[in-house]
Design a protein around this ligand. Structure first.
Ligand code: SF4
Length: 442
C-alpha cells in the first residue's frame, strides 16, 4: 500500500490526540526471535527476553510481555519509551519529519486497529497484525552493523578473535547466560506454533527473517507448511541477502513457483538489504557479492511479474559517499519492471553508534543534498520514486543537520578502531574503499 502525505497527516493528528508518544505499532507489530526467546514491538527497539515462566503461562506472552505492557502504558500517559529512541531521534530533528511512529501506524492494517486498542489498551492477549519472526541465526554474511546474536558468521569471528577494540561495545554484547537451553527452545517453538494457529485468520503479514532464512532448516519446514495452503489470507514476506549458493537459490525459486501458483498467500514480498555499490557494498556487508546480488534481483523481477521487491538501505556513515550512484542503480532496476517497480526503504542506522551518520563532518552535507535532489527530480519526472521513499531520504538529512556536533568524539574514535580491526581480521582495505576517511585512518 502506498501512503500519501495526507495519510501521514491524518494519522499524526489521530495519534497525537491520544498522546504525542502513542504508536499503534507497539500493539499491532511484533518481532520475535525464537532461538533467543526475545521480542520487540517493531524492529527498531532492542529485543528483550521473554521470561520462560511467562511463556509457560500463556502463549500470548510472545507479544504481550510485562515489559511491553509497561511501554504501552507509558505511551498512553504521553511518556516516551526509551526503547523507541529511533523515532524520537527523527521527531526531535524537526516538525516536518515523519517518524516510523507515524508511518507504521498509517498502514491500513495498523490504523484500522486504533479503536480496538483504545477500548482495552492493556489487553494481555492482544493479537498483532504483523508478525516478524527470526527463524535462526545461520548466516553467510557479517554485515558491519550486525552482531553475533543474529549472524552465525559474526559469532564464529567473535569466538576466534574476541570483540572489537571499541570503547562502546561492538561484537561482544550477547550475554550467554541468557541463551535458551534445548528444553526452553522447545517450549518457545511449541508456544509459537499454538499462538500462530490462533492468529492466522486475523493476520495481515507474516515476515521471516534471520540470520539468512534460506540457510535455516526451519524456513524450509515453514515453506512446506505454506505450500499446503491455497488462497491464503495473509501476506508472506521473506528477508534474504540473496547471496546463498546456486543449489540453494534454485531450490528457493522452485518453492516460490509453487507458492505463487497455489496463491498460498495474498502477496509475496522479498526484502533484501544494500546501500552501496561494488567494493563499498562488499565491505559494509561482508559476504555480499554485489554483481550476484544485482543478478538475482533481476532474475526475481523477470521471472515473477507480480512479486513485490523491497531494497532496504540502512543509511550509515560508510555509505554516504557513493549513495547517489546506488540511487541511480535503484532507478535502473525500477525501470526494468516499471509496472511494479521495486521499492527503496531507507532507514537510519541506529547501532552501532560509531557507524551512525552523526559521526560525520559538515562536508558530507552536499552529498546528502544531491541525493535528496535526485529522488525529488525522479519523483516528478519518471514517477518511479514515490512520496514515502522521498520522505525517508529527507529525514536522513534532517537528522544529519540537527545532530549534536560535539557529542561524537568517542564514536569517531570507535569508527577508526573498528575499521582498522576489520582490515586486520577480515583482510580488507578501508583506505582504498573509503578514501573519505583516509585522513582519519592515518
Ligand atoms: S520504535 Fe517507533 S515505530 Fe517502533 S514501536 Fe516505537 S514508536 Fe512505534
Amino acid at each position: 500500500m502506498t501512503l500519501e502525505v495526507s495519510d501521514l497527516e491524518k494519522t499524526q493528528k489521530y495519534l497525537n490526540e491520544v498522546s504525542e508518544s502513542f504508536c499503534l505499532a507497539k500493539w499491532t507489530q511484533v518481532t520475535l526471535d525464537l532461538n533467543r526467546g526475545t521480542t520487540a514491538s517493531c524492529h527498531h527497539p532492542v529485543q528483550h527476553r521473554i521470561p520462560t515462566a511467562e511463556i509457560k503461562k500463556s502463549f500470548h506472552r510472545l507479544h504481550n510481555t510485562e515489559f511491553k505492557l509497561a511501554q504501552r502504558r507509558l505511551m498512553l500517559e504521553g511518556k516516551r519509551p526509551a526503547e523507541c529512541s529511533y523515532c524520537w531521534r527523527v521527531e526531535d530533528s524537526g516538525p516536518g519529519a515523519y517518524s516510523d511512529r507515524i508511518i507504521k501506524s498509517s498502514y491500513q492494517w495498523s490504523r484500522s486497529m486504533g479503536e480496538k486498542i483504545l477500548q482495552d489498551p492493556i489487553n494481555e492477549e492482544f493479537a498483532p497484525k504483523m508478525v516478524e519472526v527470526n527463524l535462526g541465526a545461520n548466516c553467510n554474511f557479517k554485515c558491519s552493523y550486525c552482531s553475533e546474536e543474529v549472524s552465525s558468521s559474526w559469532a564464529d569471528e567473535i569466538e576466534k578473535f574476541g570483540g572489537y577494540p571499541t570503547l562502546h561495545q561492538h561484537g561482544r554484547s550477547f550475554n550467554q547466560s541468557l541463551a535458551l537451553n534445548a528444553e526452553e527452545k522447545e517450549i518457545f517453538a511449541r508456544a509459537f506454533d499454538d499462538w500462530f494457529k490462533s492468529l492466522s485468520s486475523q493476520l495481515s503479514t507474516l515476515r521471516v527473517t534471520g540470520g539468512e532464512p534460506l540457510l535455516n532448516e526451519s524456513f524450509w519446514r515453514l515453506l512446506t507448511h505454506m505450500k499446503q495452503r491455497e488462497n491464503g489470507l495473509f501476506d508472506f514476506s521473506i528477508n534474504s541477502n540473496l547471496g546463498v549458493s546456486e543449489p540453494v537459490w534454485l531450490r528457493f525459486l522452485d518453492e516460490l513457483d509453487i507458492l505463487l501458483l497455489k496463491k498460498s498467500s495474498k502477496e509475496i514480498t522479498i526484502y533484501t538489504s544494500n546501500e552501496a555499490l561494488g567494493e563499498r557494498a562488499e565491505y559494509i556487508r561482508f559476504g555480499l557479492k554485489h554483481n550476484l546480488w544485482i543478478k538475482r534481483i533481476e532474475e526475481l523481477m523477470d521471472r515473477y511479474p507480480s512479486l513485490n521487491l523491497v531494497v532496504m538501505s540502512t543509511y550509515n556513515a560508510l555509505c554516504v559517499k557513493g549513495f547517489e550512484g546506488f540511487l541511480q542503480e535503484i532507478l535502473r532496476l525500477k525501470m526494468r519492471r516499471p509496472h511494479k517497480p521495486l521499492r527503496l526503504d531507507i532507514s537510519l542506522l541506529e547501532f552501532p553508534f560509531h557507524q551512525r551518520i552523526e559521526v560525520l563532518t559538515d562536508d558530507f552535507q552536499q552529498d546528502l543534498a544531491t541525493q535528496l535532489e535526485f529522488v525529488r527530480a525522479e519523483m516528478s519526472s519518471t514517477k518511479l520514486f514515490d512520496f514515502i521513499e522521498f520522505e525517508k531520504m529527507k529525514r536522513v538529512i534532517t537528522v544529519f543537520q540537527e545532530r549534536d556536533r560535539g557529542a561524537n568524539f568517542t564514536h569517531k574514535k570507535d569508527l577508526i578502531a573498528f575499521l582498522r580491526e576489520h582490515d586486520r581480521r577480515r583482510g580488507t582495505d578501508a583506505h582504498k574503499v573509503f578514501p573519505e576517511f583516509s585522513s582519519w585512518l592515518r
